[in-house]
Ligand binder design. Structure first.
Ligand code: RAM
Length: 316
């Protein structure tokens, strides 16, 4: 794939989040190896307003492509449509915008699959019954909201979850201090809480520290970076998190970059059913994302536990 003479922007949710930095690392390496120029933008806070300003400035700069991890599904629509009208190729990754605001979406794993993995972990770790809470990112985050919705529908449709009670969805806004405070509040407000599920790398690492420092009996699962979670993962009372899931965020950045290059070079338009080769990652197909738009799924979520965490903690 050749990106010579073209400029590719990557816009993540917010600054100061190591997961976002890994996405940028992967994206930049692929764009630069293909001869293109990479511009990375990390808004101060994980808000739609901050991303709208970034998008407007990228339109003025005349970039060829914008790849964005959205802080809101609908609020970026007019800015991203202005970008597409200006001839800029627009795709999202990690956290999607609605189908009218994008050409395609690089999804880290199937939304349903992630919801299932998290629900089954809560069921298993709780021993099959009792109270659990979710510690999420921002209340507008499309990816976390989709995973939480998938969890809630599973609870309604499958009787094996009938003895679990979701007491609260708390929002730490992908800020370490707010996530810490929200974890403390959950512990205070729900003395019978058994499990916290944090489907955000920032939330899970903040919660892990609170639980382990307090020697709490509340257990943790969710989506976390092995590098940040290694000290908290284990099967004994000394560790707060028996196991968790994730995928490789560097590879998600790689896939987002190959997708952007394919859009700019005309290899794909974003229509469901199209196929392209993402460099050495191999062949990918654009499938139906279920929202009238297409998506490209990176792969299945991977479980990190006491047996394999040592192999992964230095990788990402
Ligand atoms: C946080 C962000 C990101 C999400 C991961 C799992 O880093 O919210 O969008 O995909 O967690």
């Amino acid at each position: 794939m050749d990106a010579t003479g073209k400029t590719f922007a990557i816009v993540v949710k917010s600054a100061g989040n190591p997961y976002n930095e890994k996405e940028i690392e992967g994206f930049k390496a692929v764009i630069e190896a293909a001869g293109g120029t990479c511009i990375s933008k990390e808004p101060e806070a994980a808000t739609a307003d901050a991303q709208v300003s970034v998008i407007q400035s990228l339109i003025s700069q005349g970039v060829n492509s914008i790849s964005i991890a959205a802080n809101d599904e609908n609020a970026l629509q007019s800015a991203l449509q202005d970008a597409m009208n200006a001839g800029i190729k627009v795709s999202c990754f990690d956290s999607k915008v609605n189908a009218d605001s994008r050409q395609t979406f690089c999804n880290q794993a199937g939304t349903q699959e992630i919801g299932q993995a998290l629900m089954d972990a809560v069921l298993d770790i709780s021993g099959g019954s009792g109270q659990f809470a979710i510690l999420s990112a921002t209340s507008q985050a499309t990816n976390q909201n989709a995973w939480i919705d998938a969890m809630k529908s599973l609870m309604e449709s499958d009787s094996k979850y009938a003895n679990l009670e979701l007491v609260e969805v708390a929002y730490g806004d992908d800020e370490p201090q707010k996530s810490t405070d929200q974890t403390q509040a959950l512990l205070t407000n729900y003395p019978d809480l058994k499990v916290i599920c944090a489907p955000t790398t920032v939330g899970i690492s903040a919660a892990a520290k609170v639980l382990q420092d307090q020697k709490s009996t509340v257990k943790l699962t969710g989506l976390g970076l092995p590098s940040e979670m290694a000290e908290y993962i284990g099967d004994d009372d000394a560790h707060s998190c028996p196991y968790m899931f994730l995928w490789n965020p560097i590879e998600l950045g790689d896939l987002a970059a190959y997708t952007a290059i394919a859009l700019v070079n005309g290899g794909i338009t974003g229509a469901t059913g199209e196929k392209f080769t993402a460099g050495d990652m191999g062949d990918y197909t654009l499938t139906d994302a279920g929202d009238n738009g297409s998506e490209i799924i990176l792969g299945p979520p991977f479980e990190f536990n006491a047996d394999n965490i040592a192999d992964w903690k230095d990788v990402y």
